[in-house]
Design a protein around this ligand. Structure first.
Ligand code: G1P
Ligand code: ZN
Length: 553
């Protein structure tokens, strides 16, 4: 162990705030703001102070700290380390270069029985001085803290008058090592090692290596974000995939100017490679902090709702799930494809509000093994976050065992369970007032809509989704406007809780076709009548001034 990085003794400061910040209410996943906002003096410190005051067990406990490598990551780690020391944290675990994916952080928290973690990321939002930054606070189970904690953090920020921080020289983060900051031990570890070992316990690495060393052609796009080092180590290093399998594998502070969101719009290079050519069998991408995934086959896009259903149906092919599943959960806007599989397998199936934190209780209580969201998030009880590379490895495992293509897996799935045509239309950066007016108007109409005609069907249920947690009975209201039609089709409207510019309206469209129906239509065509009916009802084009969505999934 080396002595404190500072030669002179560290000094504890209590820094007074002229006035508290009033805009630090955590959203769907932590506090997310523009990098410029975070550059406001004391802004980061205010939120971290509130978090360290509220999170149980901080004094004397272990804390995990790292981030997705975006602009501001390293500076924030230095600041937070000094604040952690000032708050009596006994042991801080951080990573070389400050690089730590969200799923790897979740694993480290659990592995080291930490009281929680601070993950620096704005997930799939662009980075850089003109982009976004974010702080996520995870709890002792490794998952996002529940609303009771995030509400308490927000309350604390509203009346905060000072924060505590140690004055000390910067920690050396360029290589693994142990240091001390006053009473606090700091362990700088490799952020990939433990995560890679966990993946090796869940999947059959020999079998995957045989697949990847053969003539199977795989392209992985890290979008210059956090998964680059993980993917290079696992796919190319441990599984022997050819060098170059991992594209854009070096994390950059601004993600190379891109938008690190693995969807057809923002991961367009990979999408073109797989969907417009025949050179590759399998393609995958992950987002800024590594918790999202997109799965592509040759000329085949796997809708994330379908991906959850496929993993559920094929789970026992992976060694980590060979004994079967306890249950499965999906967020409300996610299609019911997984429900159909769960029913066939006799598994409990839960419908939760949007956001990963709602899966935590079900996972902790052993009620579910797999869970997922339509927003390219899938995960399991191995950690308490969604996990991008885990999903990619799971798909590789299925393809290796079944020895078939992605398109064949999908066709076989639909022929067995039927197909849920599904699409999400996002209208981004709408003026906040217009978005809220649109939403309130539809919300006000809901009671009168039941029994009305909609896209040639009748509306069977119209409500604002509310959820009672089956484990702790907590109630979450106002989780999205649902129109359920009498043939099982569905349209959902939500306002995003993660955007940083104006408001984002999300329109989720779903329509089910049984195994005997037309299984190979273009989803946009299959859903065309729902798309025009919701536009007419909610006056989307007129009120947003946009004639098409920003992103179509
Ligand atoms: C979005 C997704 C949601 C996901 C969240 C964090 O939230 O829709 O499923 O959990 O990002 O990755 P939203 O912006 O819709 O509130
Ligand atoms: Zn993410």
């Amino acid at each position: 162990m080396t002595p404190s990085p500072s030669d002179s003794p560290a000094v504890l400061h209590t820094v007074a705030l002229a006035q508290p910040f009033t805009d630090q209410k955590p959203g769907t996943s932590g506090l997310r703001k523009s990098s410029q906002r975070f550059a406001t003096p004391h802004y980061l410190e205010s939120f971290v102070e509130a978090s360290l005051r509220v999170l149980p067990g901080v004094a004397g406990g272990t804390l995990v700290l790292g981030g997705d490598g975006r602009f501001g990551n390293l500076a924030a780690i230095q600041t937070i380390a000094r604040m952690a020391a000032a708050h009596g944290v006994a042991r801080l675990i951080t990573t070389t270069g400050g690089i730590l994916s969200t799923p790897a952080a979740s694993h480290l928290i659990r592995q080291h029985q930490a009281v929680g973690g601070v993950i620096l990321s704005a997930s799939h939002n662009p980075g850089g001085p003109e982009g976004d930054f974010g702080v996520k606070i995870n709890g002792a189970n490794g998952g996002p803290t529940p609303e009771s904690i995030t509400d308490a953090i927000y309350e604390t920020t509203l009346s905060l008058d000072s924060y505590r921080i140690l004055e000390a020289a910067p920690l050396p983060l360029d290589q693994p090592g142990s240091h001390v900051l006053e009473e606090m031990t700091v362990e700088v570890i490799d952020g990939v090692d433990d995560y890679a070992a966990l993946m090796r316990r869940l999947f059959d690495f020999d079998r995957l290596a045989a697949l990847l060393k053969g003539d199977f052609r795989f392209a992985f796009d890290a979008l210059h974000a956090v998964t680059g080092p993980y993917a290079a180590r696992i796919f190319e290093g441990q599984l022997g995939a050819p060098a170059g399998t991992v594209r854009n594998g070096v994390p950059l502070e601004d993600f190379g100017g891109g938008h690190p969101d693995p969807n057809l719009t923002y991961a367009h290079d990979l999408a073109a490679l797989l969907l417009e050519g025949d050179a590759y069998d399998f393609g995958a991408a992950c987002d800024g902090d590594g918790d999202r995934n997109m799965i592509l086959g040759r000329r085949c896009f796997v809708n994330p709702s379908d991906s959850l259903a496929v993993l559920t149906a094929n789970a026992t092919l992976a060694p980590g799930y060979a004994e079967g599943l306890a249950g499965v959960a999906r967020s409300m806007p996610t299609s019911a494809a997984a429900d159909v599989v769960a029913k066939a397998l006799g598994l409990p199936c839960f419908e939760t509000p949007t956001g990963w934190k709602f899966f935590g209780n079900l996972l902790d209580a052993g009620r579910i093994t797999l869970c997922g969201e339509e927003s390219f998030g899938t995960g399991s009880n191995h950690i308490r976050e969604k996990d991008g590379l885990w999903a990619v490895l799971f798909w590789l495992q299925i393809l290796a065992v079944r020895n078939c293509s992605v398109a064949e897996v999908m066709t076989d799935h639909w022929q067995r369970y039927g197909r849920h045509y599904y699409s999400r239309h996002d209208y981004e950066a709408i003026a906040s007032d217009a978005a809220h007016a649109l939403y309130s108007r539809v919300k006000g109409q809901l009671p009168a809509l039941v029994g009305e005609r909609f896209a040639g069907r009748s509306i069977a249920l119209a409500d604002d989704f509310a959820y009672t947690d089956p484990v702790d009975a907590s109630v979450s209201e106002g989780q999205g406007l649902r129109l359920l039609l009498d043939d099982g089709s569905r349209v959902v409207l939500r306002l995003s809780g993660t955007g940083t510019q104006g408001a984002t309206l999300r329109v989720y469209l779903e329509s089910y076709v049984p195994p005997s129906g037309a299984l190979n239509q273009d989803p946009q065509l299959a859903l065309a009548d729902l798309i025009s009916a919701i536009d007419a009802l909610a006056e989307i084009k007129e009120r947003t001034g946009m004639d098409r969505p920003t992103v179509i999934t």
